[in-house]
Design a protein around this ligand. Sequence first.
Ligand code: PHE
Length: 344
Amino acid sequence: MKTKLEELKNNALAEINNSAGLEDLQEIKIKYLGRKGELNSIKRGLKDLSDAEKPLIGALANEIAEEIEKTFEIKYADFYRKSVSKKLETEKLDITMPGDYKPYGSQHPLTSTINEIVYIFQGMGFSLVENQNSPEVETEYYNFDALNFPADHPAKDMQDTFYTVNAPNLILRSQTSNAQIREMEKKNPPLRVISPGRVYRSEAVSSRKNNLFHQVEGFMLDKNVTFGDLKGVLNEFTRQFFGQARPTRFRTSFFPFTEPSAEIDVQCIMCSGKGCRTCSGTGWLEILGAGMIDPNVLKGVNVDPEVYSGFAFGMGVERLAMLKYAINDIRLFFNNDVRFLEQF
Ligand code: PHE
C-alpha cells in the first residue's frame, strides 16, 4: 500500500508539472484529490490494514495529499501569473498614440447673436416670446393691415413679399412686427416683449441682402412711455452689445405703425475715415428701425391710446453680427462652410 501511495504521488506530481494550463490542472486535481479521486480509493483500503499500520499509512496518505496540494498551488499561481501578464501584454495601451480627432460643433453665429440680444433685453425686463407665438407663415392681416399699412402700400407688392400659391392671404412674413399685434391681442399692458425670428423678402441676393434673414422685434407698452424711454433702452442695448458706450444717432424716418419713427445709427465701429468701406465714409451705420407705436395700431387691438403709449423697434440680426464680427458678406451665414462657422 505504501508503494501504491508513492506511485500515486509521483504520477500526480509529474502530471501537475507537465500540465498544459489552468483547466488541465483543475482536472488533474480532481482526478487525484477529488471525492471520487484516486487517493480516496486507496484510502478506502485502510480498513483492511492492521491496527499498527493504519495510523502510519493514514498519515502518509495525508502527507501525500498535502504535497500534491502544495505542488498544485505553486503550478496554479505560475499559470495564473502567466495568463495575467499575457493579457496585459495583448491589451497594452499606447498612451503616446495620437487620439481620435472628434471635431466639436459650436453655435451658429446668428444663434449666438440672437441669444445675446435677447439676453441684454431680458436684463432690462423684457420677456421672450417664442416663435410659435409669432409665425413665419403669416396672414397679410398681421404682417401689414393690423400694422396700419394702407391697402396700396408698396411693401405689399409681390415684388417685395413672398406670397403663397394656394392661400392668397398667407405670406412669408416680411418683418417680425407681427409679434407686436399677436402679443397685444393676447395680453394686457403693461408689456415688455422681445421676439426674434426669421423674415423673408423677395429681393435679389447680394453680399448685403439675402431673401431670408433674421430680426429681433421688441416693444414696450405702458402708461407714460415716452420717446426718452426708447432712447434710453436702445442706447443701453448698443452699449452692452458693442461692449462700450458708442455714440448713436436717431434719424427721423417713417413706418406705418410708428409715429414718430426713427432709424438708429451707431458710430462706425471699423471706421477708417473718408474711404471706409463699412460705412461708405459717412461715419455711421444703421442698425435698427423704431418709433412710438401708432395710436391706430393700439386702437386695432383695443388698447386706449389716451391711456397707454408704447415704443417698438426692430433690428436686423445679420447686420448686427456683421458689424460686431467684421463679416463682409451676408451669404456666409447661410452657406454652411465650416471654415467660416468654426471661427465662432
Ligand atoms: N419692421 C420694421 C422693418 O422691418 C422695423 C421696425 C420695427 C420699425 C418696429 C419700427 C418699429 O424695417
